[in-house]
Design a protein around this ligand. Structure first.
Ligand code: NAG
Ligand code: NAG
Ligand code: NAG
Length: 255
């Protein structure tokens, strides 16, 4: 192989690997096409949750049409963020998949759980299917089960699914004032202990087993923004597709 050929291979290997880290979608742009969701879209951007969504590969957004978020804009910004992030599930669900879902498999993990601030089961949602309608609620004990999944707004299988729901899901205590001192650093992964993650451990693992690609559950570690599974999957794909990495390595060694 000529040096120019191997240089070309090296360049394409680098391009392949770097493309693995770019966004699969831009939720802001997707929702801009739906005027009924402008308020929700603005909230996603304002709270920074949109950016966190765009850094993931496998996600479900529980969207509320204009006017359905009630008085959320009067709440403090960190409370708004926790509430909005409870509407972001770290896996891909369409209506059909939710209908098959059985709560006995464990709750759905939301983005809120990754902040390490959620108490008890605030970062998780339960699903109940009744008369072939899907209802969602906070997994906190005693939460009301009145948010109905209405329809699919948009989807890019199996990366992003946007579902319309009838009312906001407000976890009990989610707007309790967390003083800065008691609030954990966002990056501190919820350790076993004080805030009930021992309970959380089970659902996460089950989620991973239940997920279509076993992905999107990097929620569990909280500290990692990009799903490590997604990256390693992409790397594996690149390697198996081309056998490039080994080839490049031996070429470089040969220079
Ligand atoms: C979509 O998700 C799959 C895994 O569910 C991932 O491998 C793929 O890279 C994602 N697509 C894009 C464009 O990121
Ligand atoms: C998504 O689109 C919005 C609106 O055009 C833009 O401001 C934002 O930078 C985009 N985000 C990414 C990750 O490309
Ligand atoms: C859900 O699980 C429960 C308990 O394991 C079982 O009794 C029920 O039939 C299941 N429902 C569906 C829809 O699979």
């Amino acid at each position: 192989m000529s040096p120019s050929t191997s240089a070309l291979i090296l360049v394409s290997a680098v391009l392949l690997l770097s493309s693995a880290t770019t966004s699969a979608f831009n939720v802001t742009l997707i929702l801009e096409k739906y005027p009924d969701y402008t308020e929700f879209n603005n909230l996603l951007s304002k709270t920074g949750v949109a950016d966190e969504i765009n850094r993931r590969n496998t996600i479900t957004i529980l969207a509320l049409s204009n006017g359905r978020f009630g008085d959320i804009s009067s709440k403090k910004e960190d409370v708004q963020k926790r509430i909005i992030s409870t509407h972001v599930v770290l896996d891909y669900y369409d209506v059909a998949k939710l209908k098959q879902y059985n709560t006995s498999k464990g709750p759905l993990t939301t983005l809120c759980q990754t902040y390490g601030q959620a108490k008890q089961q605030q970062g998780f949602l339960n699903v109940v299917v009744k008369d072939s309608e899907v209802f969602l609620s906070s997994a906190v004990k005693g939460a009301s089960m009145d948010s109905k999944v209405e329809s699919s707004v948009a989807s890019q299988p199996y990366n992003i699914s946007i579902l319309s729901i009838s009312s906001p899901i407000i976890a009990p205590g989610i707007d309790g004032a967390l003083s800065p001192a008691s609030a954990k650093q966002p990056n501190a992964a919820a350790p076993a202990g004080s805030e009930g993650p021992a309970v959380a451990e089970g659902p996460k693992q089950e989620e991973a087993a239940a997920g279509p690609e076993g992905e999107g559950t990097s929620a569990a570690d909280g500290s990692s923004e990009l799903s490590p599974n997604a990256n390693s999957a992409a790397v594996k794909q690149a390697m198996s597709g081309f056998g490039l990495i080994a080839a490049v390595a031996s070429l470089v060694a040969g220079f």
